[in-house]
Design a protein around this ligand. Structure first.
Ligand SMILES: [Zn+2]
Length: 401
C-alpha cells in the first residue's frame, strides 16, 4: 500500500519543483562572454532564468566568482585501476567502480564530459544512469567503442579494416546509442608515444561521412602529424592529441574550424604516475619529449587561430585533475579568459549543445561553478579553487563552509 502513495507524492514534488526559483549572489559572474560584478544568478528548475543585479533574498556566495559548468571533451570515465575484483568480474564491476571517477570529475567543476571510448557500452550505461539520476556524475556524451585497425590480436567489436568495415562499425556505435564517434587514427597511447598513422585517408573519410550521415560528430585520435593531416582533410570535427602538425594542416584546421583537443596534461599524469603504472624507465623521457612537442604544436595552432576545446584524456586516477589542461592552454599563449572559453562555449559547440551548455545566460541549463579568486586574472582559481558546483539546478558539490 505504501508504494503507490510514494509514487504519487514524488510526482507531485516533480510537478511543483519547476515553480520554485532560487537566487544565488556572487562577487562576480563570468557568463561565458562578459563579467558581471556583484551579481545574482536566478535558477528556475534546471534552467537559468536570469543573470543580473541582485534584489530580494539570495543564497550568499558573495565570496566567490561564478563561471559556467566546465566541459571536458575527452575522458575515459570507465577506465578504472582497481585489481581487487577478479579478472572474470571486472567488466561487470566497471560502472560501479567508475562512480568515483564521475564524482571526482564533478568536484573539478566539470559538469559535462565527452567520453571517448569504452568497452561493453559501459559508457552508455553510465550516461543513462546519470541522466536517470540513479548515479551522481557529469552529463555524458559517449562514443561506445572507438574504431581501431587490426593490430595482431583477436578482432574485437571495434576492429575495422577497409571502408566497408569502417562504415559498419560507425553505424554499430550509432545504433547502440552512441552520441559521438571516436576513431583511433594513429598509434600512441599511455607510455607509447609513437604516432604512426593507422587508418588511411579513405577510411577516415568513410568514417566521417558515415557519422555525419547519422547526425553524429566524430573525434579522430592521432598522436602524429600524418593522421592529423588526413583527419582534418577528411572532415573530422575534432582532432585529439596531435603533435608536430605542419603549417598547412594547422591553416586548414583554422579554415574549417576543426577543434583541436591537444590533451597535453594527460602525459604529465603518466609521468607523475610512471611507477604506479609500471612504465619502463625510458618511458618518462619519451613522455616529457612528447609533452614539449605537444605544447609547441598547441602554441602554433592557437597563434594561427585554431579553435581549442579542453580535453583531459583522464583515465584511472586522473579524475579530479580534469582541468589542469587549462594551465597548459595559458602556457600555449591563451589568456585565462580564452582558456575558460575553450572549456565552456567551445566545448558546448563541439557537442552541438551551444544553446544549452557553456554559458550562464537566460535559458541555459543551470550548470555553474563557484571559484575562489579571480579566474580571469589567474587560471589557478579554476584549477585549484573550485568551492561549489551546480548541475542542472542541483548543488552537487559544496565546500563553501
Ligand atoms: Zn583518449
Amino acid at each position: 500500500m505504501m508504494a503507490p502513495m510514494l509514487i504519487r507524492s514524488a510526482a507531485m514534488f516533480l510537478l511543483a519543483w519547476p515553480a520554485l526559483a532560487a537566487s544565488y549572489h556572487f562577487r562576480a559572474v563570468w557568463d561565458g562572454a562578459k563579467l558581471w560584478k556583484d551579481a545574482c544568478v536566478i535558477i528556475q528548475g534546471d534552467r537559468i532564468q536570469s543573470v543580473g543585479p541582485c534584489g530580494g533574498t539570495s543564497v550568499d556566495l558573495s565570496r566567490f566568482t561564478a563561471i559556467p559548468g566546465l566541459i571536458d571533451v575527452h575522458t575515459h570515465m570507465t577506465y578504472v585501476l582497481d585489481n581487487r575484483v577478479s579478472q572474470a568480474g571486472r567488466g561487470a564491476a566497471v560502472v560501479f567502480l567508475a562512480q568515483d571517477n564521475a564524482r571526482k570529475t564533478l568536484e573539478t567543476g566539470v559538469t559535462t564530459v565527452r567520453d571517448l571510448g569504452a568497452s561493453d557500452y559501459a559508457d552508455i550505461a553510465m550516461r543513462d544512469l546519470i541522466n536517470n539520476r540513479q548515479m551522481p556524475g557529469p552529463r555524458m556524451f559517449v562514443a561506445g567503442y572507438g574504431l581501431q585497425i587490426t593490430r595482431g590480436r583477436a578482432p574485437s567489436p571495434n576492429t575495422a579494416d577497409g571502408v566497408t568495415d569502417v562504415m559498419r562499425v560507425v553505424r554499430q556505435q550509432a545504433g547502440a546509442g552512441a552520441d559521438v564517434i571516436k576513431m583511433y587514427g594513429s598509434t600512441g597511447s599511455g607510455r607509447d608515444v609513437t604516432g604512426f598513422e593507422t587508418f588511411t585517408f579513405e577510411e577516415m573519410k568513410a568514417a566521417v561521412d558515415a557519422a555525419h550521415a547519422l547526425g553524429k560528430r566524430i573525434a579522430i585520435h592521432t598522436y602524429g602529424p600524418d593522421g592529423a593531416r588526413d583527419a582534418v582533410r577528411a572532415g573530422a570535427d575534432s582532432v585529439e592529441h596531435a603533435t608536430d602538425m605542419d603549417d598547412a594542416t594547422i591553416a586548414e584546421m583554422a579554415r574549417r574550424k576543426t577543434f583541436y583537443v591537444p590533451t597535453i596534461d594527460h602525459n604529465r599524469y603518466y609521468v607523475d604516475n610512471a611507477r604506479r603504472l609500471n612504465y619502463p624507465p625510458n618511458a618518462v623521457d619519451d613522455l616529457n619529449n612528447y609533452i614539449q612537442r605537444n605544447l609547441a604544436t598547441a602554441r602554433k595552432a592557437f597563434a594561427a587561430g585554431v579553435r581549442f576545446a579542453m580535453g583531459s584524456d583522464a583515465v584511472y586516477t586522473m579524475f579530479g585533475e580534469n582541468t589542469r589542461e587549462l594551465g597548459w592552454f595559458v602556457k600555449a599563449g591563451m589568456t585565462p579568459e580564452q582558456a575558460l572559453r575553450a572549456a565552456t562555449g567551445n566545448g558546448a559547440e563541439l557537442l552541438a549543445m551551444e544553446k544549452s551548455l557553456g554559458a550562464l545566460q537566460a535559458g541555459y541549463l543551470a550548470d555553474a561553478v563557484a571559484v575562489e579568486g579571480d579566474p580571469l586574472a589567474d587560471i589557478d582559481a579554476v584549477v585549484k579553487n573550485v568551492r561549489w558546483v551546480m548541475k542542472g539546478g542541483e548543488v552537487v558539490f559544496d565546500k563553501t563552509k
